[in-house]
Design a protein around this ligand. Structure first.
Ligand code: ATP
Ligand code: MG
Length: 421
């Protein structure tokens, strides 16, 4: 009997996992530098939480959620995104206080029943963050800047920032009407989903991926001309701030997000080095969601980035430098006695924080030296029968190829003093 991973999921194995660990470590450090604290929420929630926050007419809620009944018949859903759970948890645990800013980040798997393809999985990993409690547009800028800074820190080039404003409850109804009227005139070119969306939630048509719908969208009236004064000012302010901070961006007047809770500025970051699924991060402001989920009336802004896509581009750009397995010291051992003598040394060195690997499997010296090379060992310690007899070890510098004889009694202290870390 042989089992395979479920369609749309994948294993992240060594050496790729080293890349992931590097990405996570870099992201977490940078998030903490920006004042975000981690929050870990459950992978499943009550289905109602997502229906309510993401919106009934979105692709996610309509067809992508992993929803199931538990043994008591409660409807639960594997989280398709992070924000709803974070906001639910922040309210439930009283993390939000009027007048205070709460900055939270999360990382972990998300689940969406989508058609699997390059860069699109059914279980995928996101790193994301939320700033809850401020309406300052500098918080939007801070989030976008974090993303730009992160991509630059990991050495990812070819990154582009797109922004748009999706308005607020003041001005969106007006635009909605204009949109509805336009769509009604073009109904025949819309897919079945969009014909329904057109009536219930016409803004969703902007996010449709069907080609004929995309063509209709390209001729659609842009939201910019229908924004209220305060959304217009906010959009201007953000653009000026981004310019001032030297963050290059493009206004994409048809950019909307696949979730209903966004208000005002939304953004997306794309990589030039990915195929069709080129969005590596996305986010925006969601000033009504906290209240909508039963919390205080608090504005908020956040983002999420897709780990698979980031790792995919990074692999193309600089995998070699990041995916090596580093070993400080490799022990090449010949014979039972050498293994016996060395096991203790290895234990001692590992306790002192050095990365140590050894061959404990009776292989030829040639084979063992190849292992040492592959592990990029800085030093190899060679102990064979001859060395045991003499009470010494041969220590080889893998870079200069110089070899030294060291007494077995002195070996551990000698290696520790080299400060290989
Ligand atoms: P897309 O337009 O690519 O479907 P989205 O609008 O659904 O993205 P968000 O919900 O905003 O994406 O999620 C933020 C990021 O998470 C995306 O920019 C992408 O990098 C990643 N992401 C989203 N869905 C998937 C998926 N099915 N597989 C892998 N990564 C994903
Ligand atoms: Mg999507």
């Amino acid at each position: 009997m042989k089992f395979n991973s479920v369609r749309g999921t994948k294993d992240i194995c060594p050496p790729e996992i080293e890349l992931w660990q590097y990405l996570e470590k870099t992201a977490v450090e940078l998030l903490q530098d920006y004042g975000f604290s981690e929050i870990r929420t459950p992978i499943f929630e009550e289905s109602g939480l997502f229906n309510r926050s993401i919106g009934e007419d979105t692709d996610i809620v309509e067809k992508e959620m992993y929803t199931f009944a538990d043994k008591k018949g409660r409807s639960l859903t594997l989280r398709p995104e992070g924000t709803a759970g974070v906001v639910r948890a922040a309210i439930e645990n009283n993390l939000l206080a009027q007048g205070n800013l709460t900055k939270l980040y999360y990382l972990g798997p998300m689940f969406r029943y989508e058609r699997p393809q390059a860069g699109r999985y059914r279980q995928f990993y996101q790193i994301g963050a939320e700033s809850i409690g401020s309406s300052s547009y500098w918080r939007d800028v801070e989030i976008i800047l974090w993303c730009v800074e992160f991509f630059s820190r990991i050495g990812l080039s070819g990154i582009k920032v797109y922004i748009n404003s999706v308005g607020c409850p003041e001005c969106r109804p007006g635009y909605r009407e204009v949109l509805q009227k336009f769509l009604q005139e073009n109904t025949t070119q819309l897919c079945a989903d969009c014909q329904r969306r057109m009536v219930r939630n016409p803004l969703r048509v902007l996010d449709c991926k069907v080609e004929t719908c995309r063509q209709v969208v390209s001729r659609m009236p842009a939201i910019q001309n229908y924004l209220c004064q305060s959304c217009r000012d906010n959009f201007q302010d953000i653009q000026q701030a981004l310019q001032k901070e030297n963050i290059t961006f493009t206004v994409d007047k048809f950019l909307v997000r696949g979730l209903d809770y966004y208000t005002q500025v939304v953004f997306e970051i794309k990589s030039e080095n990915l195929g069709a699924q080129d969005a590596v991060a996305a986010g925006g402001r969601y000033d009504k969601l906290v209240k909508e989920l039963g919390g205080p009336d608090m504005p908020a802004v956040g983002f999420a980035l897709g780990m698979e896509r980031v790792s995919e581009v990074l692999k193309k750009q600089r995998a070699g430098a990041l995916m090596e397995t580093w070993v400080d010291i490799y022990f090449a051992l010949l014979g039972k006695q050498a293994q016996q003598e060395s096991f203790n040394f290895i234990r001692d060195l590992r306790q002192s924080g050095l990365k140590v690997e050894a061959c404990l499997e009776d292989k030829s010296l040639k084979n063992q030296m190849r292992q040492a090379d592959q592990g990029k060992a800085k030093l190899t310690v060679i102990i064979g029968e001859e060395e045991i007899r003499k009470g010494i070890a041969m220590v080889r510098d893998m870079q200069t190829k110089e070899q030294k004889e060291i007494k077995l009694n002195d070996l551990v202290s000698f290696l520790k003093e080299l400060k290989l870390k």
